[in-house]
Design a protein around this ligand. Structure first.
Ligand code: HAM
Length: 438
């Protein structure tokens, strides 16, 4: 009986009923070994692409003052109005578990004057974010992102770099079944006039009350409505891409040109609407075809007004957030497992106390040389220990019994071929390393 299932003795003699076990909160994926190897591989591969382009790691607070998101992400967005985990802390300050990373990065850049150290400021981050959404496959209340933000250069080459970094991350994982959708959401010069035009168009339609309300708050969101009747009614709606200011149009043309140069394929989607209010000009989404309804594996764009909105200098910004959970799902959908689920490379099987003392030392020596090693614990017999060795994913087992000790050797068993040979105990560390490299 394991410790977890053991019933604690009652001092009065009877058996104590075990309390009901806890369950993790709803809508939160957990990554357990051996599959968690896929999660860390995806996260680190995506972050690696950003690191190679000079994005320094930033570790952000997991919660911030609520006002940061209300002002930064926008009160009218679903994220802020419906999905935030907001609570009063013990000092009665309203705080919110971060629903996204951009506002926090911008706050940090302003607070620590990072823009004084040269522009653009290039940062990357990875970790959990929290949105109180209705859980379903690919939509979680704790979601994991790898993101980048580049602040302080209004240069189309930088937009293209950000996009190319995300694309390179996906490619490095071996993904092929995704596409990049891109558009421009214009700037402060062209957006207000377009908004008015769209509102006039919407006023002429016979829309239901809820849609009318959405249109009043943010008319652009109606463009993205998935219902067939609304889609049909919106078929002739004016599109922002046709009403861009000269500066935004030129910026967009240059971004696409850079993407062409880089060989990054894209699909224009002039109806794209993102769920966050800060976007200007370049806006993009990576969509994977194998994921069903929650197909966005990453998204981002420019946010040229956000630094100023949050009280900082007038500096532009561009970035992305990639959903690690969904990217793991995309790898599964494409049958990709470019990671090893082996916990260790070598597994030690001691038979008896003297053998254990010796193998503990050999394991430590192997670990010091960079080899991943585990041992059988709890005085298990040969059969049980060999089963654990197989399950660990190890390539080799080191089996040490009384007779081996007497002859100064240890059994080195290849768990792939099943072959076993005796190697000298003193040279065992070098032997194992040579065998792993063979
Ligand atoms: P977002 O589009 O809200 O953008 O999120 C980015 C990615 O996070 C999505 O494409 C999706 O893969 C993943 N994601 C979002 N919500 C969930 C969820 N509930 N469950 C699972 N995955 C989810 C942002 O957050 C922006 N901060 C990105 C950005 C950075 N824009 C500029 N810089």
């Amino acid at each position: 009986m394991s410790a977890a299932t053991e019933q604690r003795p009652d001092p009065d003699g009877g058996k104590v009923r075990r309390p009901d076990p806890f369950a993790a909160p709803k809508g939160i994926p957990e990554y357990l070994p051996p599959e968690s190897a896929g999660f860390t591989h995806v996260r680190d591969t995506l972050a690696g692409a950003a690191e190679r382009a000079g994005y320094g790691h930033i570790e952000l607070p997991v919660f911030e003052e609520t006002g940061l998101y209300a002002r930064g992400v926008g009160e009218s967005t679903d994220v802020v109005s419906k999905e935030m985990y907001t609570f009063a802390d013990r000092g009665d300050r309203s705080v919110t578990l971060r629903p996204e990373g951009t506002a926090g990065v911008v706050r940090s850049v302003i607070e620590h004057n990072l823009d004084k150290q040269g522009l653009p400021v290039k940062l990357r981050y990875a970790g959990p974010f929290f949105r109180y959404e209705r859980p379903q496959a690919g939509r979680y209340r704790q979601l994991q992102q790898v993101g980048v933000e580049a602040i302080g250069a209004d240069d189309p080459a930088l937009d293209a770099e950000v996009i190319a970094v995300a694309d390179e991350g996906f490619k490095a994982l071996g993904l092929t079944g995704y596409r990049l959708e891109i558009t421009s959401l214009g700037d402060a010069e062209c957006r207000p006039a377009y908004r008015e035009l769209l509102q006039q168009f919407l006023a002429g339609l016979d829309l239901d009350e809820a849609t009318r309300e959405r249109a009043a708050i943010n008319p652009l969101r109606v463009l993205d409505d998935k219902r067939p009747e609304v889609r049909a009614a919106m078929a002739d709606a004016p599109l922002l891409i046709d009403y861009l200011s000269e500066a935004s149009a030129e910026h967009h043309r240059a971004v696409l040109e850079h993407l062409d140069d880089l060989g990054v394929a894209y699909t224009p989607n002039p109806r794209m609407v993102r769920g966050l209010d800060y976007y200007t000009k370049t806006t993009f989404e990576f969509v994977h075809d194998g994921l069903g309804a929650q197909s966005g594996i990453g998204g981002g764009g420019r946010y040229d007004g956000l630094m100023a909105t949050l009280g900082g200098p007038e500096l532009s910004g561009v970035g992305f957030g990639i959903g690690v959970d969904r990217t793991v799902m995309a790898c599964a959908a494409e049958g990709l497992t470019p990671w090893s689920t082996a916990r260790v490379e070598v597994f030690g099987v001691p038979l008896g106390d003297t053998a254990r003392r010796r193998l503990v030392v050999i394991a430590a020596a192997l670990r010091a040389r960079g080899v991943r090693v585990d041992l059988s614990y709890g005085g298990r017999g040969l059969k049980g220990a060999m089963k654990t060795a197989d399950r660990s994913g190890a390539r080799f087992a080191l089996v040490l019994g009384e007779r081996d000790l007497e002859s100064g050797t240890v059994g080195l068993k290849d768990l792939l071929s099943g072959e076993q040979r005796a190697v000298g105990l003193d040279g065992a560390v070098d032997e194992v390393i040579a065998s792993l490299q063979a």
